[in-house]
Design a protein around this ligand. Structure first.
Ligand SMILES: [Zn+2]
Length: 436
């Protein structure tokens, strides 16, 4: 079956395309991209003016919670949330129950993903057995089972020595080590960013230095081993400084930033809803200078990827005192609108750079398919409507969990449609797209 997406603005930075082009999809593959392609028996889908056709977005940091915490999310509900949010693929963190530290758990996740048959799922394996920070997991086994990277996310890798070994092994298999950068002695039992707002609310603080220390450690271990190191959910201005310095020195370091860290600050801890547990995440919402540094890093190219750290929690788990609530918010269905509203419509960056952050670079860092609309590539396509008026409604999220601080937000820009392997898996009812 052939479909011709006709007349949209195609933004495909990997192929240096930004202009009105047609995209011909043959079955599950991209057949051709070009101007005024012949219809040649294909079903024609007219792309209305103003819509943008992009290579499918890839979220390289999500928690799908299965196996073990299916009351928060499942592979099926998480990938439904992904396609509704414009993501054609997600990479899922290993801190499930049991931890994804071996081929059996990886195979289980992949089987659930095949059953759901929505967004592509790339499992990420644990660095250490049980993510306990003691013995290295069987990294060859994880790679063979289908893992694309390793991490002990939720926690940092326990010691510099273990991180060194992880980088050495992962490097042999061409995998990146993803680090939850956090010095646990400095974090202590902190629950919010150390600063004015945490102090005035009587909350224990976590300084930005707790993160930056581990960015530095990772950069040094990457330099020592020559292997690729990736900073998860970067939030502190000192971390950005360290990442920039490492990149200038030619170290194989990459980094991601979450939408909440480039849109929100710790002022949200006290108002409008004091102690709202949907403002509790790790790393925490930081102060304005940190938020502005993340925006600067996105603008100047230091930041490689936007990832959501989609962390679903059940209503009852979040409905407790701030100190006792789990860290994290859902992010898959708000990321694209937040990015368009706060990065594109403010003039900070242009669309090709946004596609790099959401598609090209995540594919490159993880070494997975996608990131371009090249001929023969999987027909994973995200169509965005940059001027669509969007109102975030937590109750209508596809995710099983509704823990978002963005409920009720009005944003400019959203997802029009999501195609995975040529199949339309999401279509926004508010956008006119005939026969897609
Ligand atoms: Zn983390």
């Amino acid at each position: 079956m052939k479909r011709l997406l006709k007349g949209g603005r195609v933004v495909d930075p990997a192929n240096r395309i930004d202009g009105i082009h047609d995209v011909l999809i043959d079955g599950d593959r991209i057949a051709r991209v070009g101007r005024d392609l012949p219809v040649d028996g294909a079903t024609v889908v007219e792309i209305p003016d103003g819509l943008i056709v992009c290579p499918g977005f890839i979220d390289m940091h999500v928690h799908l919670r299965e196996p073990g915490q299916e009351h928060k999310e499942t592979v099926a509900t998480g990938t439904a949330s992904a396609v509704a949010g414009g993501f054609t693929a997600v990479a899922c963190m290993p801190n499930t129950t049991p931890v994804n530290d071996g081929a059996n758990v990886t195979a289980y996740i992949l089987a659930r993903a095949a059953e759901a048959n929505l967004a592509r799922v790339y499992p990420i394996g644990a660095v250490s057995r049980g993510s306990k920070g003691e013995l290295l997991a069987d990294i060859a086994d994880l790679k063979k089972a289908g893992c694309v990277a390793i991490t002990d996310d939720g926690h940092p890798v326990s010691t510099a020595l273990l991180l060194r070994r992880a980088l050495e092994y992962a490097g042999m298999f061409g995998m990146v080590v993803i680090e939850h950068c956090e010095d646990q002695t400095l974090k202590g039992d902190g629950v919010a960013h150390e600063g004015f707002h945490a102090s005035s609310l009587g909350l224990r603080g976590i300084p930005g230095a707790a993160e930056a220390l581990h960015v530095e450690r990772g950069a040094l271990m990457s330099e020592l081993t020559g292997s690729a190191f990736h900073v998860a959910h970067m939030s502190a201005r000192s971390s950005l400084r360290s990442a920039r310095k490492a990149k200038e020195a030619g170290i194989r370091l990459t980094c991601e930033v979450c939408p909440h860290h480039f849109t929100l600050t710790d002022a949200l801890l006290g108002a409008p809803i004091p102690y709202d547990t949907n403002t509790k995440m790790n790393p925490p919402l930081r102060e304005e200078a940190d938020r502005d540094a993340m925006l600067a890093g996105i603008a100047d190219g230091t930041v490689d990827a936007i990832a959501t750290d989609h962390a679903p929690h059940h209503y009852d788990e979040k409905k407790v005192e701030f100190d006792r609530a789990p860290f994290g918010i859902v992010g898959l269905e708000t990321a694209v609108s937040l990015s368009l509203d706060r990065l594109i419509h403010t003039g900070l960056i242009r669309l090709p750079r946004l596609v790099e952050l959401l598609s090209v670079n995540p594919a490159r860092i993880l070494g997975v398919a996608g990131g371009s609309l090249s001929e023969g590539a999987p027909a994973d396509v995200t169509i965005i409507a940059p001027d669509l008026e969007v109102r975030i409604d937590a109750s209508r999220l596809r995710s099983k969990s509704k823990n978002t601080p963005f409920d009720g937000w009005e944003l400019r820009g959203g997802v029009a449609a999501t195609l995975v392997g040529g199949r339309t898996l999401f279509r926004n009812e508010g956008v006119r797209l005939n026969s897609l």
